[in-house]
Design a protein around this ligand. Structure first.
Ligand SMILES: Cc1cc2nc3c(=O)[nH]c(=O)nc-3n(C[C@H](O)[C@H](O)[C@H](O)COP(=O)(O)OP(=O)(O)OC[C@H]3O[C@@H](n4cnc5c(N)ncnc54)[C@H](O)[C@@H]3O)c2cc1C
Length: 291
């Protein structure tokens, strides 16, 4: 039994916003895979719930006329993995969510919940960050758009007011065209485990060189981190082992790994350097490059 004090099923996003605004301490439940765990732990701050799981306006994956890919916040990991548009345009997003949990979890867990829970280990976030996903958020004043970059403000925290709902993610053509990308989840077990370190890279080639590298680490700092130093070390450089070494050397300036029961700080840094080179190489190869 769950100790739920308040429960309302929203009939529209506007109503969900109104219910959140009217009910102090209420929060959304989508797939419930995080919320129900917290409730089972006896967390009173999860006992007042507005259920958005039935809202069609939060579902669906498709393309706008200008080629922008829209992923509804309630899309489950399984739906993301099965989407032809995702697999064709941003396959690394499907690859990343495919590493989360097991099939039962992926049938229920939503991409919106994965972002809004603020977890630094969230598997979808690196792939969405390398494609510079834009968030569509509805609140009492209407809809706003904001980049996913900067949305995470600390462990378990995001820049979302308590009466706002994430409606969808948008990925613009300029953020997927010409990129090859890859995700690697380093975890203690090969399946059904949370990332010890997550690395996502996207590479756009210019002739024989790296035109642009976008590199994101998760669980390497208090929030998911885009690696500006490592990216600069790759820009304009040829597809060689020396370039990958430069990326691996530069990435230490971008991350702040910590010691936890999963791994020590120095071990995490070793993994980060190794993955920075390895995942960048895989992304470049997927963009058509040869080392
Ligand atoms: C056994 C198990 C294994 C797991 N393994 C992984 C894993 O390998 N990788 C991984 O990344 N995660 C993992 N998770 C965590 C979890 O499944 C994901 O974070 C999931 O994506 C959360 O989505 P949800 O719809 O279930 O969120 P919910 O539990 O419904 O909500 C999570 C949080 O997000 C908020 N929220 C949800 N939707 C919205 C919205 N549209 N707008 C605003 N706020 C919203 C809720 O209020 C709540 O605070 C695992 C969980 C379990 C139980």
């Amino acid at each position: 039994m769950f100790a739920i004090d308040y429960y309302q099923q929203a009939e529209s996003v506007a109503q969900a916003v109104a219910l959140l605004a009217a009910e102090p301490g209420a929060r959304l439940v989508a797939g419930g895979t995080d919320v129900l765990i917290r409730l089972r732990e006896g967390r009173g701050d999860y006992a007042r719930l507005v259920d958005i799981n039935g809202l069609e306006e939060l579902r669906g994956i498709g393309l706008a006329d200008d080629g922008t890919l829209r992923i509804g916040a309630l899309s489950t990991f399984r739906q993301v993995m099965a989407s032809d548009d995702v697999r064709r345009l941003v396959p690394v997003v499907a690859e990343a969510v495919g590493t989360a949990g097991g099939p039962q979890l992926r049938n229920v867990a939503t991409v919106g919940g994965n972002i809004c829970n603020g977890a630094v280990s969230a598997d979808s976030v690196g792939a969405l960050l390398v494609h510079d996903a834009q968030l569509e958020i509805q609140g009492p004043e209407g809809r706003r758009r904001t980049p996913l970059q900067g949305f995470h403000t600390g462990p378990g925290r995001v820049a979302l007011a308590r009466d706002e709902v994430l409606v969808a993610l948008h990925i613009r053509p300029r953020d997927y065209r010409g990129f090859g990308a890859a995700y690697y989840k380093y975890a203690m077990r090969e399946a059904m485990d949370i990332a010890t370190i997550g690395c996502t890279a996207a590479v756009r080639l210019e002739g024989e060189a790296i035109g642009e590298l976008r590199l994101v680490f998760t669980v390497a700092a208090p929030t998911p981190v885009r690696c500006a130093h490592a990216e600069a070390a790759a820009a304009g450089r040829p597809l060689t082992a020396e370039t990958l070494d430069a990326v691996a050397a530069a990435v230490a300036a971008d991350v702040q790994p910590r010691t936890s029961w999963r791994a020590r700080q120095d071990f995490r840094l070793h993994i980060i350097r190794t993955l920075a080179a390895r995942v960048t190489r895989r992304a470049a190869e997927r963009a058509g490059g040869k080392f």
